[in-house]
Design a protein around this ligand. Structure first.
Ligand SMILES: Cc1cc2nc3c(=O)[nH]c(=O)nc-3n(C[C@H](O)[C@H](O)[C@H](O)COP(=O)(O)OP(=O)(O)OC[C@H]3O[C@@H](n4cnc5c(N)ncnc54)[C@H](O)[C@@H]3O)c2cc1C
Length: 453
């Protein structure tokens, strides 16, 4: 039993955030009944390799199971979606008709890939999304079939997932076109300035990068297979396989009618991961963790967002376990951090570069090789990104935590003689669509800032 008297904890979503919350609970001494509910038939596995080593063929999806740090003594209900949450009766409804009672419930249902907005086109053979194991297996098989044929892979959206898929496609020798609605790949997360630097490096690896370009429609070959894509300028781009990488939609549909504030942007919660009701007041006994949680980080002056990063799921899992086990409410103030591997670059970022107004090169060179750039907002250092220089980021993390003035005094041996700060170029919805989105004649997809808070 926890200090607060909970004997039954139910975790909905059996992936990274759910598993790590369960482990943290047991580590904190929770001895009651623990149930994990997951709609996928698989035990918790790691998603980051799906767009990287899995697509490139280095790792099979059967090798992705997340390591378990302890025996959980938990009841696993896998392959069955939760369909409803009844806060009065304190139970989770399942698709097979069962109801699972709880004293505390943890919402860890993550997100799904935003689908192509026109369902017929989205269902064409050759059109893919990438979020889970099955998606990766299908896409990998399709790419392997096309390798060496000269066929083109079209990636719609130049956010992190799209860029990593493009990189894997180039590794397989495919010709790759990426369409990006904004002015640069990764612009939503890292800003147009650094995004352009990365875009140039993608081009140097042979990517046909089409900026300020939307896909108007996906075109059928007459037999239900993808023939190509009609671009906004009228060009018909020949492509046998397309990956729709337009960001994600938080998996909250099953919470409809629960009384929680939940939509495709996530479940509203406070920094202590406690779910909020429509009145903005904490709903007792309900917690959100991982990609599905939408919250305001206490260290930044920013709107609530869901941090779709691996490290955030871990940090929040610890917070939730603590707050279930103790009456001493703790906030999660861990500094956000994320990484991406693509085109021979290890890109690692800390803080919240995606809300910056300025950026400055602090180490290395934008032209070639490793570099580090720091981000500022209203004269305070709030983020940093390192390309092929991950070790130096600890120092920047300390500066961000201390709210060091921007530009920061780095004084590195490989720093520029005269650092000059410029506009970060973070897309603002009013001026430029943020992140990868595709125009559709039917439904304009919502703006998603993929892979960034
Ligand atoms: C292709 C890819 C590459 C990535 N690469 C990186 C990277 O390089 N660096 C990085 O920092 N992050 C990366 N991420 C993000 C990282 O994987 C996520 O932040 C992490 O998986 C979040 O874990 P989660 O448990 O919150 O959500 P998820 O991993 O999405 O898990 C949620 C689980 O809940 C299940 N679920 C949904 N609805 C229901 C329901 N109604 N009932 C029961 N179960 C349900 C889902 O099927 C899923 O199994 C990547 C993600 C993807 C998809």
């Amino acid at each position: 039993m926890s200090a607060s008297g909970a004997e039954r904890v139910v975790i909905v979503g059996a992936s990274l955030a759910g598993l790590r919350t369960a482990e943290a609970l047991r580590r904190a001494g929770f001895a009651g009944r623990l149930t994990l509910i997951g709609d996928e038939p698989y035990e918790p596995y790691d998603r980051p390799p799906l767009s990287k080593s899995v697509l490139s063929g280095w790792l099979g999806t059967d090798r992705l199971l997340l390591p378990r740090t302890r025996d959980l003594h938990a009841r696993w209900l896998l392959g069955v979606p939760a369909t409803g949450l009844d806060l009065e009766a304190k139970h989770v409804r399942l698709a097979d008709g069962r109801a699972v009672g709880f004293d505390r419930v943890v919402l860890a249902t993550g997100a799904s890939a935003r689908p192509w907005p026109e369902p017929f086109q989205g269902a064409l053979h050759g059109v893919h999304v990438l979020r889970g194991r099955d998606d990766a297996d299908r896409l990998r098989a399709h790419l392997a079939e096309l390798a060496g044929t000269g066929a083109r892979l079209l990636v719609i959206g130049g956010g992190f997932t799209g860029s990593e898929v493009a990189s894997s496609g180039r590794d397989m020798g495919l010709s790759v076109t990426v369409t990006q609605r904004g002015s640069a790949p990764l612009a939503g997360a890292l800003g147009g300035f650094v995004g352009s630097v990365i875009g140039e490096r993608q081009r140097a690896h042979g990517v046909d990068l089409r900026l300020r370009t939307t896909v108007h429609s996906l075109v059928d070959d007459g037999s239900g297979r993808l023939r190509g894509a009609r671009l906004c300028d009228g060009e018909l781009l020949d492509a046998r396989v397309a990956v729709v990488a337009m960001g994600s939609v938080r998996a909250t549909g099953w919470l409809r009618g629960s009384g929680l504030v939940a939509d495709e942007r996530g479940v509203s919660c406070d920094a202590a991961c406690r779910a909020l009701g429509a009145d903005g007041i904490v709903v007792g006994g309900v917690y959100a963790v991982g990609d599905v949680a939408r919250w305001r980080h206490p260290g930044f002056d920013a709107d609530p967002v869901s941090f779709e990063h691996w490290g955030n799921a871990l940090a929040q899992a610890e917070t939730v376990a603590h707050n279930i086990m103790s009456d001493d409410v703790r906030q999660n103030d861990a500094l956000p951090a994320f990484w991406s591997d693509q085109f021979g670059m290890n890109i690692k970022a800390v803080g919240m570069p995606g809300i910056a107004d300025q950026v400055v090169l602090t180490q290395g060179s934008f032209e070639h090789g490793p570099f580090v750039a720091a981000y500022g907002l209203a004269g305070v250092t709030i983020g940093a990104v390192a390309v092929n220089s991950p070790r130096v980021l600890d120092g920047y993390a300390a500066m961000i935590t201390e709210r060091a003035p921007f530009p920061p005094a780095v004084n590195a041996a490989d720093g520029p003689d005269c650092p000059v700060a410029g506009e970060a170029g973070i897309p603002r919805p009013a001026t430029e669509p943020a992140g990868p989105a595709a125009a559709s004649p039917l439904t304009a997809p919502a703006i998603v800032r993929e892979g960034q808070p």
